[in-house]
Design a protein around this ligand. Structure first.
Ligand code: ATR
Length: 293
């Protein structure tokens, strides 16, 4: 990529940030579409967030992704926040619209697209969501109006109950929240059509962890994991082995990135190119780790 005086910049901020896949994914898209843009990652410490946001304006950075620990804290520094991000209480995408900073959250849209593009039908279905953290809130908000029934289980049961209550007030659906345990998961899975793990359980470096016993999974079910490293989590491996349909966390990652791209540039994102970049990078990292061990 030729960088010139005209090249515009997009970036991601977070702490830690070095393992982010967003630069790879977006630079692949820019290159494919021959856009004079570059995407970089900045480690921004908590106490530097306000300065970083002001810097974004001063430097004319066009688009920003936000990750931990800033997704909530950034809201107070933005000029406008869309209603979805407001409800979720977290922003992962900022558009610099001629100096006016507008915040969005594309995680829920990413999950919805990941399911739909993988032929998981939501209409009339019962969905069990594990987790009530930032990502889970985004997913719950986006999917609540698509499914017939939403059940939320979280280790901290109060968070699940509060989220369910807030969603019930907004959407005219059956939405319940409860404490996550082996028995509540087993019980709720009996007649669930779709299972989404939105907790961090199963993530590298604990890839063998799962909240769900393989025996509770059924062939006529769809299972999505938001964990994308490893690509095939223990949960998804188990789901596949019983004949369930699986949707990888990389799908949600790619579609939330694609949704950010579309907010910044108001044109369709090259999803295939972005997916290839993400999968290639994860495979390369994993094969180099295997090679070293
Ligand atoms: P993110 O932004 O990725 O959603 P988060 O807001 O920290 O991250 O949420 C992490 C989620 O994983 C939460 O639902 C958390 O449960 P608590 O709210 O009870 O903390 C869940 N989680 C993390 N580790 C877990 C574990 N070992 N067992 C069950 N749930 C876990």
């Amino acid at each position: 990529m030729e960088i010139s005086g005209r090249t515009r910049v997009c970036c991601v901020i977070g702490d830690p940030i070095e393992h982010t896949l967003s630069p790879l994914m977006h630079n692949a898209a820019f290159k494919h579409l021959k856009l004079d843009l570059v995407y970089v990652a900045f480690r921004v410490r908590k106490e530097e967030l306000e300065n970083a946001v002001k810097g974004m304006c001063s430097l004319g950075i066009h688009g920003l992704n936000v990750t931990m620990p800033h997704k909530n804290a950034i809201i107070k520094y933005l000029d406008e926040v869309d209603s979805t991000a407001k409800f979720i209480g977290s922003v992962n995408t900022v558009l610099n619209n001629d100096g006016k900073l507008m915040g969005f959250n594309t995680d829920g849209l990413g999950a919805l697209k990941a399911l739909k593009e993988n032929q998981v039908h939501l209409d009339g279905k019962k969905l069990l969501l594990l987790g009530a953290g930032g990502a889970a809130r985004a997913i719950a908000f986006q999917l609540a109006s698509e499914v017939e029934e939403l059940r939320i289980l979280n280790r901290d049961g109060e968070k699940a109950k509060q989220l369910a209550k807030a969603l019930r007030e907004k959407f005219n659906r059956k939405i319940v929240g409860d404490t996550l345990s082996a028995s509540t998961i087993k019980e709720q899975l009996k007649d669930a059509d779709i299972l989404v793990n939105a907790t961090s359980v199963g993530m590298h470096p604990n890839p063998e962890q799962t909240l769900v016993n393989r025996e509770w999974l059924k062939p006529n079910m769809a299972v999505m994991d938001i964990v994308y490293n490893p690509v095939e989590t223990r949960l998804l491996r188990d789901a596949k082995s019983v004949g369930a349909k699986v949707v990888y966390g990389t799908e949600m990652l790619v579609f939330q990135g694609a949704a950010s791209f579309e907010i910044w540039f108001n044109r369709p994102a090259p999803v295939e190119v972005m997916r290839d970049a993400v999968l290639r990078s994860i495979n390369e990292v994993n094969s180099s780790v295997e090679g070293a061990s």
